[in-house]
Structures are given as structure tokens and as C-alpha cells.
Design a protein around this ligand. Structure first.
Ligand code: FMN
Length: 212
């Protein structure tokens, strides 16, 4: 089987990590790199990642993550943040800066911006926040796949109280820029204690249609 699919089969939502095993720095950096290199709508890289190893901080966040044991048993807790809607509104400095990085000249830059703001107007008027979060989930998937490729387990967690977690981050993580980002998703990374049960998935026929 190809190495990538092997990693996809290895990955599961790990519920309990071995607290004694720490992910080597270079491996965790590779996981972050997979996030960094991820695609995003219009290349706007909507994300920021907070990486938490400190046991006291993990403990302080645990209740807001509904006391899920992954939060404190993992080696690294990644809080994936997504940029707030205001960064993508017409006239945004952030959009100007990001597009300026790749545009060949001013005319192309203006065309790209027009295309982007037209896209927002037509598709997303009320839902830019969710659109930003969706991009962050793409990075999340790549980070979990990269981890699995390195033999590292993960658990994505949406099971948290957003208000309480925000409060706990403000109190314990001064690096959290609450003005710019919303919490999108948490991923715990580490090494499994128990082997997972066999994967249950719908069959290929149920999920894919080859159109004739
Ligand atoms: C966006 C997202 C949020 C999730 N939130 C949680 C969570 O809060 N706690 C948890 O134990 N599992 C969580 N999961 C794991 C799923 O339950 C799991 O991926 C699914 O049941 C399939 O099992 P597998 O990942 O082991 O193949 C989440 C998965 C995703 C994709």
C-alpha cells in the first residue's frame, strides 16, 4: 500500500495519549510546516497556530475543552485560530498585503482584489467568519495527515465551550491575539496508549460517483 494511504489508516481520533512521550521538536515543526504550506481560498492564509506544551496551561484549558483527557495527556496541544471577518472586508490592509506578495503588477493586483471582493459579495455576505474557519480546517487536515506520516497520533476537537476557552486563553496565553482571531479547532498531538478499533467508514460506492 502506498505510504500516504498507510498513514491515513494509521490516523485515528486518539482519545488518550502517553504522557511520558514527547514529540521531538523537528517532528512538531514538520507538522506546523504542513499547516503553513496548506492551500487557502485566494491564498489568504487565514490561520494562526498556538502550540502549547506547558502542562499547567493545558490543565488551565481542560475544563473549557469539556474535560476531554486528550487536552492534558497529549504532548503538544495546538489551538488553531482563524482570522476574524473584519480582515477580509473591502479596503482591508491584510488583503492588500497578501495580494501584493504575488501580483505581477498594480493592474493585476487591482483585478485580483476586484475578483476577490466580488466573490465575497456574491457568496459570503454574512458568513465570512465561517469561510475563514473552513480554510483553517484544511490546514488542520494536512497537519493531522503529516503527523500520521511521522507515526504521531492526533485528535481534532470541536468539543469545547468557545466562550470559556476564549476566557481561559486570555488568562493563560498572552500570545493569543483575541482582537484578530477566533478559535477554530483544537488538535491534540502525541502518542497513543491504546490501539484504535477498526475504522468504520461508508463504502466507496456510497461516497463516490463516477459520472459517465
Ligand atoms: C472537526 C472535528 C471535531 C472533532 N471533535 C472531537 C472532539 O471534540 N472529541 C473527540 O474525542 N473526537 C472529536 N473528533 C473525532 C471524530 O469523532 C472522529 O474523527 C470520527 O469519529 C472518525 O473516527 P477516526 O478519526 O478515529 O477515524 C472530531 C473530528 C473532527 C473532524
Amino acid at each position: 500500500m502506498n505510504e500516504f494511504l498507510k498513514a491515513m489508516k494509521f490516523r485515528h481520533a486518539c482519545k488518550l495519549f502517553d504522557e511520558k512521550k514527547k514529540i521531538p521538536k523537528k517532528d512538531f515543526n514538520a507538522i506546523l510546516e504542513a499547516g503553513r504550506l496548506s492551500p487557502s481560498s485566494f491564498g489568504l492564509e487565514h490561520w494562526r497556530f498556538l502550540a502549547i506544551e506547558n502542562a499547567k496551561i493545558k490543565e488551565a484549558l481542560k475544563e473549557a475543552v469539556l474535560n476531554q483527557p486528550q487536552t492534558t495527556t497529549c504532548s503538544h496541544l495546538a489551538i488553531l485560530l482563524s482570522r476574524k471577518a473584519k480582515f477580509f472586508k473591502k479596503g482591508s490592509e491584510y488583503v492588500d498585503k497578501m495580494f501584493a506578495k504575488t501580483a505581477k503588477d498594480i493592474k493585476t493586483l487591482e483585478m485580483e482584489k476586484e475578483l476577490f471582493y466580488g466573490f465575497l459579495r456574491n457568496n459570503l455576505e454574512a458568513d465570512i467568519t465561517n469561510w475563514s474557519k473552513m480554510q483553517t480546517y484544511i490546514a488542520a487536515a494536512n497537519m493531522m495527515s503529516a503527523a500520521a506520516f511521522l507515526g504521531i497520533d492526533s485528535c481534532p476537537m470541536e468539543g469545547f465551550d468557545a466562550k470559556e476557552l476564549k476566557k481561559a486563553l486570555i488568562k493563560n496565553v498572552p500570545e493569543f491575539d483575541k482582537k484578530s482571531y477566533k478559535i477554530a479547532l483544537i488538535i491534540a498531538f502525541g502518542y497513543r496508549v491504546n490501539e484504535p478499533e477498526e475504522k468504520i467508514r461508508r463504502s466507496m460506492e456510497e461516497i463516490a460517483t463516477f459520472v459517465k
